[in-house]
Design a protein around this ligand. Structure first.
Ligand code: 2P0
Length: 325
């Protein structure tokens, strides 16, 4: 009873920012992402009757503590779903997601774990079912089931049965690129889980965030369909700015940006002034992701590398969905 799955991480162009149910991980708004080729997790799950507890090895190291608890709690959910009783598992993961790049490795991590854990137990699941299961490990992970452009439908039901991701356009649809800009200081003080909760509960700007989502989604989906880069970039950048504005209205206020973050944002806006279409987006941390077109790769990379406090730039294409190895 053993299986290996590979999942890529994703970057949200319309952000998931806030939960309506913390336990089931149900969001307050739809989000839309692009799956990234350059960043992935490979996970092997092997159920073994001889084990008296789960084991978790990540990048060759035995993991204990909070990260272990999160994995074993997730396996409890799979055991319940597949009626596996007390059958424990050996989980072996390798991450090709540089932590410093500021990507939530939880997205590719939980997608690969959910896929390998169901496959190893011979539990037949549709993509939709796998997305729902994955969502309960980490919200953004439910989008990593598919390649290309993906929307997570928030759903309305209290049991979460209508909250899952769907494919909007496949990987081959459109060759856009994403540069992950790594900054010198990367320590995250407020996790996305804590940050979004504080924002939902206390930010005066949260209602404004929610009210703009339907129009942003309509706009970006039309832009993706038509492969209109400026249309997609503009709405993604604006949506990111609105998400980050909610943190400034929270009590107490906070921001994920540093001076280096803002310098990169300015670099990207200056590229546009020189007629090089590039747009930024930022998640719950200081690092910046830059959307650009293939023909501008060299100039975008060089300009970002020359920006003060940029320590690395990692380029990625649009990636594929879950695969089994
Ligand atoms: C996103 N983020 O859409 C947004 C944008 C961060 C900012 O999803 O609590 O690790 O496990 O559901 O998915 C990061 O949050 O949070 C995230 P949980 P997750 O990508």
């Amino acid at each position: 009873m053993k299986a290996t799955a590979k999942a890529h991480t994703n970057i949200a162009l319309i952000k998931y920012w806030g939960k309506r149910n913390d336990a089931l991980i149900l969001p307050t708004n739809n989000s839309l992402s692009v799956t990234l080729d350059g960043f992935y997790t490979e996970t092997t799950v092997e159920y073994d009757k001889a084990l008296t507890k789960d084991e978790f090895i990540l990048d060759g190291q035995e993991i204990t503590g909070v990260a272990y608890e999160r994995v074993t709690e997730y396996l409890n959910l799979i055991r319940k779903y597949g009626q596996l009783g007390n059958l424990f598992a050996r989980v072996n993961s390798t991450n090709a997601v540089p932590t410093a790049a500021g990507f939530a490795s939880s997205a590719s991590g939980f997608a690969a774990l959910a896929a390998a854990a169901t496959k190893a137990a011979k539990i037949e699941v549709s993509d939709v079912e796998l997305s729902k299961l994955t969502r309960q490990g980490s919200g953004s992970a439910c989008r990593s089931i598919y390649g290309g452009f993906v929307e997570w439908e928030k759903g309305n039901k209290e049991d979460g049965s209508d909250s899952y991701a769907v494919a909007i356009e496949p990987q081959e649809h459109w060759d856009i690129r994403v540069a992950a800009v790594v900054l010198n200081e990367t320590e995250k003080e407020i996790s996305s889980r804590v940050g979004m909760k504080r924002t939902v509960e206390t930010s005066e700007f949260y209602d404004g965030w929610l009210s703009g989502i339907p129009a942003d989604l309509t706009e970006i989906k039309a832009g993706i369909k038509e492969k209109d880069f400026n249309r997609v970039g503009a709405v993604a950048e604006a949506n990111c700015l609105k998400m980050h504005a909610t943190t400034l209205g929270a009590k107490p206020p906070f921001t994920y940006w540093t001076d280096a973050t803002m310098r990169v944002m300015q670099t990207v806006q200056n590229l546009r002034k020189k007629d090089i279409p590039a747009y930024f987006t930022i998640d719950a941390g200081p690092n910046v992701k830059v959307l650009y077109q293939p023909e501008n790769e060299a100039i975008v990379e060089q300009t970002l590398r020359e920006t003060t406090d940029v320590s690395d730039v990692i380029l990625s294409r649009v990636g594929a969905g879950i695969s089994y190895l």
